[in-house]
Structures are given as structure tokens and as C-alpha cells.
Design a protein around this ligand. Sequence first.
Ligand code: SF4
Ligand code: SF4
Length: 84
Amino acid sequence: MTYLVNDKCIKCKLMDCVEVCPVDCFYEGNNMLVIKPEECIDCGVCEPECPVDAIVADTESGSEKWLELNTKSVSYTHLRAHET
Ligand code: SF4
Ligand code: SF4
């Protein structure tokens, strides 16, 4: 299981989600953030931080297309809120 970001995130600049993620698995794409599925430890703390409900668990129906999009995060910019 992993958490995923969907297209509700487009153009959000809050990034509250990045601050709370203990393993820094958020990446910045062209116009939204994504979660790298193999790095997400499924802690769930980011989900309530998102004001537009853009973060969903991959167990929710319709999440398949977001898994594909989030998996492309390998080519995106790694957002490090906790590493020095
Ligand atoms: S996932 Fe939510 S809190 Fe994080 S940047 Fe996107 S819209 Fe903002
Ligand atoms: S569920 Fe936890 S590990 Fe996964 S992206 Fe959210 S805060 Fe990070």
C-alpha cells in the first residue's frame, strides 16, 4: 500500500504535506506534487494535512491512474524537508 497525490493538487503552493512526511517521499512535478510509492511508508500523516483532499490511499477506488502518475516521480525533483 502507498498514498498517492491526485490532480486536485495542481498549482497548490502550500506543501504542508511535505513538511509532515517523515521519510521525505514527496517529489515536485511540473504543476503538482507526487509521492514516490516505493518510499512511502503508509503512515498516513500527510492525508489530513492536505486542504483539498488531494492525497488518497491506493486502496481507494479509482486510484489506479494516480499510481501510474505518481510512479513517474523518479524523474521529478525530490523535496527534502527533513534531510540536511
Ligand atoms: S498534496 Fe495537498 S497539501 Fe500537498 S501540495 Fe498538493 S494540494 Fe498542497
Ligand atoms: S503516508 Fe506518510 S510516508 Fe507516505 S507520503 Fe504520506 S507522510 Fe509520507
